[in-house]
Design a protein around this ligand. Structure first.
Ligand code: AMP
Length: 406
């Protein structure tokens, strides 16, 4: 079964074609700057183990339809392609950011599903409309091929009300659907599944803390394969300190800034999303730059690193309390997978929680690997995330188990 995974952003379209019999990637790529004067398409195919990358297009890509046409051309053309015709694709899996409370699993897309996704647009105004464009373009160009929506929020739908409700007047939940939804769900689900497999344990009896540290950062407390709590909230602004996002702050700060500086809510929203986090403290948001600065003696870069690690450590403590017993802490995404210094800072002095890092193992590089000391009660793992593969797996499941509803 061949699955085409689509992640449509407002001006971009990421894709991956996988052969799900072997779970191997056949081709992957990205169309960027859709709607701008000059667009760009980067395409890679994997004939064997060797990948060739090509930047193949350098003129305007006017809209997502044109972008999808280019991608179809690339994956079917003799010199760049991996299939003879698009009909070889058995299903298309779409990343959809916000599924609200309607979707707790991936689902074949029909008119009713699209309506429900559209109804969630106010909860994810930057993402859901773009995801819908991707869906509609695929429906038009892949006539009759099933399209499946895979939601960033669905893994977190198992959270109990005590974890997802905010202590606001209850009517704000009922009328405006204000609650914790959580994000990065496909990543947490993927690494949680892999962790249980790699530890040779049944997912139903494994308790995990999954730590996704990339440009966006989030954590999840996972009991027996089910998410019990997560650090992002109604939006992806909450929780950990991130590249440019503040994470948790005292909510009264917003009114204080508005009053002191005469800023409007939009400007404050921008401030919290784009000018805060690591960037707000030390002026850089890329972790590699921050380490380079800290190594040169930049005190604010050092401060940013300490704040970043401290916030993760605090959430680990909180999630140990949520779960009662923790079998493993799993690090993933750009920073979680690659940054041994941050991992060591996070795990420092956590002996009291049964968490002890092996410094040498922590410094190793490569794929999925344990990094805990022999006497650590809690296992520590680095597991590379693979959101596309999780979307493709969920697409296969949806196609083989669900029927369209409308
Ligand atoms: P992601 O959003 O998962 O692509 O992660 C992006 C973040 O990972 C950026 O802050 C990068 O600086 C960081 N990152 C990527 N590679 C490394 C590395 N080798 N060491 C430290 N941070 C890294």
């Amino acid at each position: 079964m061949k699955v085409f995974v689509v992640n449509a952003g407002s001006s971009s379209l990421k894709y991956q074609l996988l052969d799900m019999r072997t779970e191997t990637v056949l081709a992957t790529g990205l169309v960027e700057r859709i709607g701008e004067a000059i667009g760009r398409v980067t395409h890679k195919r994997f004939p064997d183990t060797e990948a060739e990358e090509k930047t193949v297009f350098d003129e305007a890509v006017t809209d997502h339809k044109m972008a999808m046409h280019r991608v179809i051309d690339l994956i079917t053309a003799p010199d760049t392609g991996v299939i003879a015709e698009k009909a070889e694709i058995d299903a298309i899996g779409h990343r959809v950011v916000q599924g609200g409370e309607v979707f707790n699993r991936s689902i074949i897309i029909d008119t009713a599903v699209k309506e429900a996704v559209r109804a969630n647009n106010p909860l994810a105004p930057l993402h859901n409309p773009a995801n819908l464009v991707g869906i509609e373009v695929a429906e038009a160009l892949f006539n009759g091929t099933p399209n499946v929506a895979v939601f960033d929020t669905e893994f977190h739908q198992t959270m109990p009300a005590r974890a997802f409700l905010y202590a606001l007047p209850y009517r704000y939940y009922k009328e405006l659907r204000i609650r914790r939804y959580g994000y990065h769900g496909t990543s947490h689900k993927y690494v949680a599944g892999q962790a249980a497999r790699l530890m040779d344990r049944k997912p139903e009896s494994t308790n995990l803390i999954t730590v996704h540290l990339g440009n966006g950062c989030s954590m999840a407390a996972v009991a027996g394969g089910r998410c019990m709590d997560t650090s992002m909230g109604m939006t992806p602004l909450a929780g950990l300190m991130m590249g440019t996002r503040s994470g948790d702050i005292d909510p009264a700060i917003i009114a204080y800034i508005a009053h002191q500086q005469g800023l409007g809510v939009r400007e404050i929203d921008d401030l919290l999303n784009k000018e805060s986090g690591l960037k707000g403290i030390c002026g850089a948001n890329d972790m590699r730059d921050i380490h380079a600065r800290a190594d040169r003696g930049d005190d604010m870069a050092r401060q940013a690193l300490e704040m970043f690690a401290y916030r993760v450590k605090k959430y680990i403590g909180a999630y140990v309390a949520v779960l009662g017993r923790v079998d493993a802490v799993v690090f993933t995404a750009g920073i979680g997978e690659n940054d041994d210094v941050i991992r060591a800072m996070i795990c420092q002095d956590l002996d009291g929680l049964g968490i002890r890092l092996d410094e040498e193992k922590n410094r190793t590089r490569g794929g999925a690997r344990p990094i805990h000391a022999a006497d650590s009660r809690v296992a520590l793992w680095v597991i590379p995330t693979n959101e596309e593969l999780q979307i493709a797996r969920d697409t296969v499941t949806a196609v083989s188990t669900s029927a369209p509803t409308g």
